[in-house]
Design a protein around this ligand. Sequence first.
Ligand code: HEC
Length: 468
Amino acid sequence: MDFPVFHLDFLGNRMLIALIAVLHVWINHAFAVGAMPLVTALEWWGYRSGDDRWDRLGYRVLTVCFVVTTTFGALTGVGIWLSTSLVNPYAIGSLIRIFFWAWFIEWLVFVTEVLCIMIYYLSWKPMARRKKAHIAVGVALSVASWVTMAIITAILGFMMDPGSWLARESFFSGVFNPIYLPQLAFRTPVAMIAAGWLALFLAYFFTRSEPDLRRRSVRFIALWSLAWLPAAVAGALWYWRAIPVWMAGNVPVALGTQRFAAWYDQLLTVLAAMVVVVFVTGVFGVVLPRRLPRVALLVPFALTLVLLGSFERVREFIRKPFVIGEYMYANGVRVADLPLLKEEGVLHHATYARVREVTDSNGVAAGAEVFRLSCTRCHTVSGVNSVTDRLGGLYGPGAWDRDTVKYYLVGMHTARPFMPPFPGTDREAGALADYLVDLQRAPRPALGAQDVGARPGAAGPIGGGEEG
Ligand code: HEC
């Protein structure tokens, strides 16, 4: 507990990470990992068939991907590091320790990827007479894009299930965790398919005046996506089988809670309606405005984005209550430190807490700090997944009974297995209950980032000094 707590009350910290990360995954998988080999394939096909039009098409698709990846892709990539380090520095700290060299290599590979895409894009025309060499750059770029994803996937798999690392604590047991390869086997073909559906739309758009090329390119790209489909299905099954039983039980909760199901259903309904419209226009030849079918080409791409978004969301949810499976809870408390914190208190070990001890008179203020430390990684007070809404769901709108709330807190991990155990002392649970009951009486958002640093003589982090 030796970092300040960053807290975003209206949006929630989880949502902050989710928005940036899902956008990044969309861009990374569709516009980079999948698109680079597809563009290289288009270029190669043009070279092989001696038909320049494929070359031009490849270049145009690449232009879109180049602009998107080097702007939004790079920004959201940095955004992930920024938001995850702010929201859960404990988890990122542990991951850096465990994957130290992988982290370093990831950076080298990323720089290589950026250099390759610069060279590949900027030299497309200058190297027109050296096609073979240029296609080789495209292959190198495709490999580098995939390797950046492959390294990160090792870490994502580890966070779900560290497997034998929990006993061995070696680098390679961490990298080759039980979920790594299955998840990579799923992500790779899905990225290829996402790029295919993206390119389908772009190609259609870029071939307005060339009906023959339009027909051929739509066919080429559709075949590309279909070819990857069996691998995606096989990867999905392998991945599903690698999910531990306790985690699989969280999947329905992940899909059903937090009103996620509602917007997801609505989105699917809209998309299904679009598919029906396309089908009717295609099969029955119903005359509709010319624009419609072109827009309809976005449907498969949009569906793939929904698939990727819900995949990431479910992946993040089902490992709860942990941020690193069976090693660290989502609130940054290491499983091994829980008994000590329960005995000595979270406040005692929180370097940046304004209140360091519960007394007879400071219940509400101490409780606010306990809330910040133990609950705000997942809950807000006034925004998304608000704790007062949740308590209202349990105890209704009437005045809550402080002791009932306290009783709930002490056993909250048994009531809701995706929540970690309350990490503090009995007195701290009482103070938190005081605070929550007070919030019901006088609603107010939780404060933002902590700004009070450790004072001389204050207790340090776990294993540190004693209270002065
Ligand atoms: C790992 C993330 C996480 C942490 C940490 C966490 N919660 Fe929760 N909590 C959730 C989720 C997710 C829900 C369910 C939301 C829903 O039903 O939509 C929930 C539900 C609740 C509920 C309603 C329970 C019910 O049975 O309906 C209460 C009350 C609650 N949390 C209080 C707390 C308090 C107090 C803390 C801190 C001591 C805390 N939570 C810590 C994720 C968390």
